[in-house]
Ligand binder design. Sequence first.
Ligand code: SF4
Length: 443
Amino acid sequence: MAKAAVSVAKRRPTRQIHVGGVAVGGDAPVSVQSMTTTKTADVEATIQQIYALAGAGADIVRCTCNEREAAEGLARIVPRSPVPIVADIHFHVEMALAALDAGVNGLRLNPGNLRKPEEIKLVAAEARDRGVPIRIGVNAGSLHPALYERFGGATPEALVESARMELAYFDEVDFHDVKISVKASNVALMIEAYRLASETFDYPLHLGVTEAGPPPGGLVKATAGIATLLAEGIGDTIRYSLTADPVEEARAGRQLLEALGLRERKGLDLIACPSCGRAEIDVIKVANDAQVALEARKIPLQIAVMGCVVNGPGEAREADLGIAAGRKRGHLFIKGKIVRVVPEGEMVEALVSEAEKIVSEGIEARLAAADASAEQAAEEDRRELFESKGSDANHSDERVIEIRKHLRALGGDAPPAGRGATAAGGSQGAGDETSSGEDGTGS
Ligand code: SF4
């Protein structure tokens, strides 16, 4: 619903191609891709997975085309798919031609394993005549042995050279409907390869860290590579290659683009404080319950769950909607303004209900419908909580006193004068160590 006000670096200009109805490159939004894990010949299972991927944020889906039955499956899948379908081709030129016959919206060729120039040119000429784009999908793990030898390994230069050689074959048959990927499982290598590709070509780039592995490590690696490049303005379409349900790939891709402000928010963005000594609720549980309920309803808002009303509404004032815990009650706020107070046991329910109303009525209407006494109730809770927990909600002063007591008992020196030296009195230590409460550092 809300478009991020701030985005990352200006995107580097590239040509634009079209994969079915999805524009890639130029000024088109960065698109999300994923790949099915079903047998392509199993049409019903594949269609079901494609719908799940599209629902999770995939704009383009790739299916393997490794045998005749897969190509025949594609002929039935493409017309029923909600998103463009790209056929993934390895080794067999016949499969590339069969996929084109099946009506796919794009091909991915790996120059490392479809090597004969005549075959490459034949596929490119067929794709040209049908207006179907091809991704030159270079992969560090399957680099042509001659390039491996020439460059002394799978270097960024070797990966880019592989793409350049394939482009030269395409040029010979006047085919330019191309995007390029230079993937590697090594994140640093992948980043350097794409930087070089971006300097070398003006074709759109498909970003990915190949074989990133299972989450959470795979998510971290893929995000490190893809986000770094996107933040430099490099990349036109992305794929997370996770060892997981591909729905997670599509979701991660979409969430990354939304987080970087490169795509309009389509799904939920739940933010929550990390909790601290001030928390009046089990923040982890409430945040998880809220996430499940809001995701089930596909609420496209940024929603905050904050552990206390002392800092919560202020720190999450940019969120569309949020809830912060007060004294046994929850304070609902919209864009930082408290609009309603609800019993603690009804916090999640109230949050979901308000989110649905915002989606149907809009933020301004819901702000106008605010309970006039809510702000006053929040102020009372805020004051009481602050007074009861003081400025040392995390008990840091007590811990400092304990440390010093133990050190003295062990015969250690008193701590150096200055920072926290008068913690026994609480004031200096509280000021230095525990500002998390009042000034919000804890969040
Ligand atoms: S002070 Fe911040 S981190 Fe601590 S409970 Fe309140 S909102 Fe959460």
